[in-house]
Design a protein around this ligand. Structure first.
Ligand SMILES: O=P(O)(O)OC[C@H]1O[C@](O)(CO)[C@@H](O)[C@@H]1O
Length: 403
């Protein structure tokens, strides 16, 4: 394993993109080309757009990293995030987190997402997000809210928490992988199950304690559609039960990692909830009112799409988290950015790895990459005994809290 450091720490080696046989390498060399082909067909792109996608395919397959064009609106930001030092390096020679993140920036550039003109702001991933949002699975999940609403409050709270956690399996980039897809968490909501699956760290007791009387919670969303629906249901629970005074929902300023939620996705999910009838519609209505009244605000900070760990966040974002009683980070990528995308010993205490985050922080994540911390040493040893596939199967999940 090559060792470089993004955040200056030397506690565990950074996950690099090129290690032969690694998950990271398969993402860069198999998933990204598959994604470019999928995007090529997503919209009736012009020959010029398709040509740029072909060039990107060539560059990622056999070329070296090219810089953004001089006129790119975010060239300065990317220069500050390491673009110049990574230019000219083969894609597989970079830290995995950086390479993945830059790939999505370049993909958007290729389809003209940022350039003035008719394609500006057209999400290349919208067709797949929309299909998922309008799937029968999404219908069933929204109908299930009717049953959940009738449960005793403790059971209801746990059901909504777990559905937000396992909602993180609904990741369209992950679905492109040739590796085994995520498991059905099953009737127990994924709290148990065979070795190598289920909730492998559960600090939800501490999470509910912190949420007991929270003035303000930052909720850093991950994917749209089937992940965002249960996330919104959980946020609604926190606000409607008056456990939490206000929620700041952090989303992405532009499409990212295939299915990450943007403002358009939040609005689409709210519409979907409100049109679903029953408890889902009630939830959608309450959230709409919370947005209108200010109890729920949305923030799309540029650093949410940065290729760096949260330890490098700018002051204004840090101030936002600092003022909150708790920050909830959803998903795999946020987890990697929280603890640093490193080959941690999975028994490293979560609070140690996440140390320095400006507020108490909770991670709700299904495990889809090699970065893992905070497991009981016995659980970690059992999982590792079966090889490292459990880290990327999406069959394990964690609820971890620091602070
Ligand atoms: O949507 P999530 O949970 O952040 O997952 C994104 C993850 O998908 C991957 O691209 C592949 O699993 C990871 O590299 C990344 O952490």
């Amino acid at each position: 394993m090559a060792e470089t450091s993004l955040d200056g720490g030397d506690r565990a080696p950074v996950v690099m993109g090129g290690e032969p046989g690694s998950y990271a390498r398969s993402v860069l060399t198999e998933r990204h080309p598959a994604l470019i082909s999928r995007v090529r067909d997503a919209h009736p792109y012009t020959p010029a757009q398709r040509g740029r996608l072909d060039l990107l395919l060539e560059e990622t397959a056999s070329g070296t990293v090219q810089p953004l064009r001089p006129e790119a609106h975010d060239r300065g930001a990317w220069a500050a995030w390491g673009m110049d030092e990574h230019t000219g390096v083969p894609w597989t020679g970079l830290p995995f987190l950086w390479a993945e993140s830059y790939f999505y920036r370049r993909l958007l550039g290729a389809v003209g997402y940022f350039a003035p003109g008719p394609w500006q702001g057209v999400d290349p991933f919208e067709p797949s997000k929309s299909a998922e949002l309008h799937s029968s699975d999404a219908d069933e999940e929204m109908q299930a809210l009717d049953t959940v609403a009738l449960l005793p409050s403790e059971e209801r709270d746990r059901a909504l928490l777990l559905s937000s956690v396992w909602g993180n399996r609904a990741d369209l980039g992950f679905a492109l992988s040739e590796r085994e897809g995520p498991a059905d968490p099953g009737a127990d909501g994924g709290t148990g199950g065979a070795a190598g699956e289920g909730l492998v760290a559960d600090e939800s007791g501490r999470l509910w304690e912190l949420l007991g009387d929270a003035e303000r919670v930052c909720f850093v969303a991950d994917n749209a559609a089937r992940e965002l629906l249960p996330d919104l249901a959980l946020i609604d629970l926190l606000l409607a039960s008056r456990r939490v005074g206000s929620v700041v929902l952090h989303i992405k300023p532009h499409p990212y990692f295939v299915s990450d939620a943007t403002m358009a996705d939040v609005l689409a999910a709210l519409r979907r909830l409100r049109e679903a009838g029953g408890e889902a519609a009630a939830c959608g209505g309450r959230l709409r009112e919370a947005l209108r009244g200010g109890a729920l605000t949305v923030r799309a900070h540029p650093f949410s799409c940065a290729p760096l760990p949260y330890s490098a966040m700018p002051e204004d974002l840090e101030a936002d988290f600092t003022g909150s009683s708790l920050t909830v980070l959803k998903g795999d990528l946020n987890y990697r950015r929280l603890v640093g995308d490193r080959w941690w010993d999975p028994a490293t205490p979560f609070a140690e790895a996440a140390g320095g985050f400006p507020s108490p922080v909770a991670a709700l994540r299904t495990v889809k990459s090699d970065t893992v911390t905070g497991l009981d040493p016995v659980v970690a040893a059992e999982l590792e005994a079966g090889g490292i596939g459990w880290r990327t199967s999406g069959r394990c999940a964690v609820v971890q809290v620091a602070g």
